[in-house]
Design a protein around this ligand. Structure first.
Ligand SMILES: [Fe+2]
Length: 281
């Protein structure tokens, strides 16, 4: 169904007419077909096989709390019970992308919006809009990590302020690089924790092992100015040492947002002064 919602691109796949004013709707498990569950399981099995070598420990630990993810499209209420016990987060079902203000309000209340529909079988490797596999498999495991959970709430809380001063772009860059495409240095080597990486078979291997992309130590001021590609493998990744580093960075965000808004953006993949490269071992 095509629809038009203020603040969103035209022609999104979800049924926005069904959504409440906060863009949530009720997930109806009865609407998932056997083909939908099979699509989930195919994606799940492909990614699960890559996790021991490529995924962050916190992601694997979070996923281990959700053994029913192996069975098919998950019941979001059941996932919420697990998350609430771990970090106080819960999930809400939404028709797809939602406007910034609604998105930030949910994050600030420790609610993560999850698209309720799943991609078609011919879209296994690439889908334009995030679906339930990306949102639930990719994002949920890290929400069980306490420092990351605190970071994402703090991020949501700053959304309103960023919108007011016209600094949504640098804020979106922080989400893109550190929530969707973040890497972490662990004792066993470089691992991925970002949802955009770990919900994509190609990028899971590329981000952690390829010699091609630029990998830099996380630096907030650098990330806030760094533009990105939305439809290709990332040419630059940022590497953290632990999740507390992300939460700590939020303290400087109010001061840096207006400066980043006015600074020249760094093109995708470009080098910048002060970059500290992370070298593959
Ligand atoms: Fe995402």
């Amino acid at each position: 169904m095509e629809t038009s919602v203020p603040g969103l691109p035209q022609g999104l796949r979800g049924d926005y007419a069904r959504a409440r004013p906060d863009f949530t709707l009720t997930q109806d498990m009865a609407t998932y077909t056997e083909a939908d569950h099979a699509t989930w399981r195919t994606l799940y099995e492909r990614q699960a096989a890559l996790l021991p070598r490529h995924a962050a420990a916190a992601f694997r630990e979070g996923l281990a709390r959700l053994p029913f993810f192996a069975e098919g499209v998950p019941d979001l209420a059941r996932v919420s019970r697990v998350l609430r016990a771990a970090t106080g987060w819960s999930l809400v079902a939404v028709p797809g992308l939602i406007p910034d203000d609604a998105f930030f309000a949910h994050l600030a209340a420790r609610r993560f919006p999850v698209t309720h529909w799943i991609r078609r079988p011919e879209e296994l490797d690439y889908i334009v809009e995030p679906d339930i596999f990306h949102d639930a498999f990719g994002h949920v495991p890290l929400l069980a990590q306490p420092d990351f959970a605190d970071f994402l709430e703090a991020y949501g809380r700053l959304g309103e302020q960023a919108a007011r001063i016209g600094a949504l772009k640098p804020l979106a860059r922080l989400y893109w690089h550190m929530v969707e495409f973040g890497l972490i240095r662990e004792s066993g080597g470089l691992r991925a924790y970002g949802a955009g990486i770990l919900s994509s078979r190609t990028e899971t291997v590329y981000a952690t092992e390829s010699e091609k992309p630029r990998r830099l130590r996380f630096a907030l001021w650098r990330v806030l100015r760094s533009d990105y590609f939305i439809d290709d493998l990332q040419p630059t990744y940022f590497v953290i040492s632990d999740y507390a580093e992300l939460f700590a960075a939020m303290e400087r965000l109010p001061e840096l947002l207006p400066l980043a808004r006015d600074a020249a953006p760094i093109p995708p993949g470009a080098a910048a002064e002060g970059d500290i490269p992370h070298r593959l071992a």
